[in-house]
Ligand binder design. Structure first.
Ligand code: NOJ
Length: 564
């Protein structure tokens, strides 16, 4: 068996810097706040920190609209702060991972400003420009991912430009070699600063189809989600391999690409020795409630049959990356609702739910990606008006829902469940004012429950979600069990069981068994090979082989196949 790389043996922690820790009283987090918490991250077995974008940005999409790929937004600090963060992290064997947002820029990026100025400018061909239809309408009926047409009219050029996301995020023209060169240079700039990897945003959209045509409408607005029209267009892999050759090759870093819509069966073209990246975020387990693309009005909400489907997609991903590629295990990020609300019904015990997800993230095969606050067991928020929400996609989806005839309260209910702000509330450090996040006025409200759910109080409680994560992180990082968790094979157990997710990780003769009960009922199961095992992690003390209490999660270790 090949030796694992450093990033296959560690935990990655995702920081949403705006919400992590504010050291200036501005109300928004900053880079020095991340530096201040590196020792905290070490207690979670973290060897890499993925920072969502900290570059200069008008913040229409909280930094995913970038105006300068090689700078630092003043609200986050300075380049010197960034260099200090990278250096202090390195001293603790933590790598800083930057977010590369290369499908689009901000409309305030000098490249776009120049491109929009005239059809003859130096950057005229750096974005996707098209003439209007003869009747003046946008070139196609594509709806942007944040709602509304994916085309915006430009007076100066008398043309439309394409934006997969907000109109303030024009798509770059990757067909132009000068564009690609400029992007590679920016990534190499960060390698020169000593970063340890890249998360690559929205990469499936960089290649556009040769012909732009209307699609079959998927909603009453007569439009079709642009995703279904441009994602994973043939030829995209040529760009990605060039990207790899010009930037990643020869560096001891990892790359993880956001690849919505790449199926596990296609993974080998994207990841592994012959693929373009080390890992892919694929979303089959986060989109289970969306049968036809992420249109919130068409979502099913939580239903118990989510669990058999969750089991299936997780198992498929584990199998797909068994021999080639590697899996980033994640249940949350800055775009998702909190996992305790995602995979559990409203009446579930949220602390046990959080421990169940912790058990999965730390025992599946792959690299665990923990999103800030997940280790505290944070849940969703539900604010009383759409005006309280900052997330641009919440506003777009709310309007779409009203357009489809939903009432304001129905539309707001959808926002409560799916808003990206669920994951963006300030990190909860202490039981003091604003959860210790800021001495100023926080940019988003702090959760009401912060006194019980914060690093300070959970650190003092052996039974807390945080203490549970820390114990699991220890298991995963050192000793015989760690070897099994890092390198062992994966085999699904109890495949037909509709509420228990169970699997075995095996290396040589040692097996680690994970069992999670996603239901609020006591569940019996029959697995004879567990009889001579011992429990090494229990979400409720006193586990017994053969039954799981409501929402219980347990990990056993033993000799593989002793009784099978
Ligand atoms: C995916 C990012 O995760 C999300 O936050 C962002 O809005 C879009 N890409 C656009 O960059």
């Amino acid at each position: 068996m090949k030796d694992l790389k450093w990033w296959q043996k560690t935990n990655v922690y995702q920081v949403y810097p705006k919400s992590f820790l504010d050291t200036t009283g501005s109300g928004t987090g900053d880079l020095n706040g991340v530096t201040a918490k590196l020792d905290y991250l070490k207690t979670l077995g973290v060897g890499a920190v993925w920072l969502t974008p900290v570059y200069p940005s008008p913040m229409v999409d909280n930094g995913y609209d970038i105006a300068d790929f090689t700078g630092i937004d003043p609200s986050y600090g300075t380049m010197a702060d960034m260099e200090r963060l990278i250096a202090e992290a390195k001293e603790r064997h933590i790598s800083i991972v930057m977010d590369l947002v290369y499908n689009h820029t901000s409309d305030k990026h000098p490249w776009f400003v120049d491109s929009a100025a005239s059809r003859d400018s130096a950057h005229a061909d750096w974005y996707i420009w098209r003439d209007a239809k003869p009747n003046g309408e946008p070139p196609t009926n594509w709806r942007s991912i944040f709602g509304g047409s994916a085309w915006t009219w430009c007076e100066a050029r008398q043309q439309y430009y394409l934006h997969t996301f907000a109109s303030a995020q024009p798509d770059l023209n990757w067909e132009n070699p000068a564009v690609r060169q400029a992007l590679y240079e920016a990534a190499n700039f960060w390698l020169g600063k000593g970063v340890g990897g890249f998360r690559i945003d929205a990469i499936v959209y960089i290649k556009k189809p040769p012909v732009f045509a209307d699609g079959e409408p998927d909603s009453d607005d007569g439009m079709v989600n642009v995703h279904s029209m441009i994602a994973n267009t043939p030829g995209i892999l040529d760009f990605l391999h060039e990207f790899k050759d010009k930037v990643f090759v020869g560096h001891d870093i990892f790359t993880v690409a956001e690849a919505n819509g790449v199926e596990p069966k296609d993974l080998d073209k994207w990841v592994g020795d012959k693929g373009a990246f080390d890992m892919l975020f694929e979303f089959s387990h986060t989109t289970l409630e969306f049968p036809s693309g992420e249109i919130w009005t068409q979502a099913t909400g939580y239903t118990p049959n989510l669990i058999p489907r969750l089991k299936k997609v997780l198992t498929d991903s584990q199998k797909a990356t068994a021999h080639n590629g590697w899996y980033p295990i994640f249940f949350e990020n800055h775009d998702q609702m909190r996992c305790v609300d995602h995979y559990f019904p409203a009446e579930a015990d949220k602390k046990l739910a959080a421990k169940a997800m912790a058990t999965l993230i730390m025992t599946l095969r792959g690299t665990p990606f923990i999103y800030e606050g997940q280790e505290l067991g944070l849940g969703n928020v539900a604010w009383s008006s759409i005006q309280d929400y900052n997330d641009i996609s919440s506003h777009g989806q709310y309007q779409l829902a009203l357009g489809e005839g939903k009432s304001e309260s129905e539309a707001l209910r959808l926002v409560h469940r799916y808003s990206r702000d669920n994951a963006r509330t300030p990190m909860q450090w202490t039981s003091e004012k604003n959860a210790g996040f800021t001495a100023g006025h926080p940019w988003l409200p702090v959760h009401a429950d912060f006194r019980e759910q914060c690093v300070e109080s959970e650190s003092l409680d052996e039974n807390s979600v945080l203490s549970f994560y820390r114990r699991l992180a220890k298991l995963r990082m050192g000793g015989e069990v760690a070897e099994v968790l890092q390198r062992g094979d994966f085999a699904e157990l109890l495949p037909k069981n509709a509420s228990i997710m169970a699997f075995k990780r095996q290396l040589g003769t040692t097996a680690v068994y994970t069992l999670v009960n996603f239901s609020g009922e006591m569940r019996a199961y029959d697995l004879p090979e567990l009889t001579e095992t011992k429990a090494i992690s229990e979400s409720i003390t006193g586990s017994q082989v053969g039954r799981l209490r409501p929402w219980e999660a347990v990990v056993y270790v033993g000799k593989a196949g002793a009784k099978s």
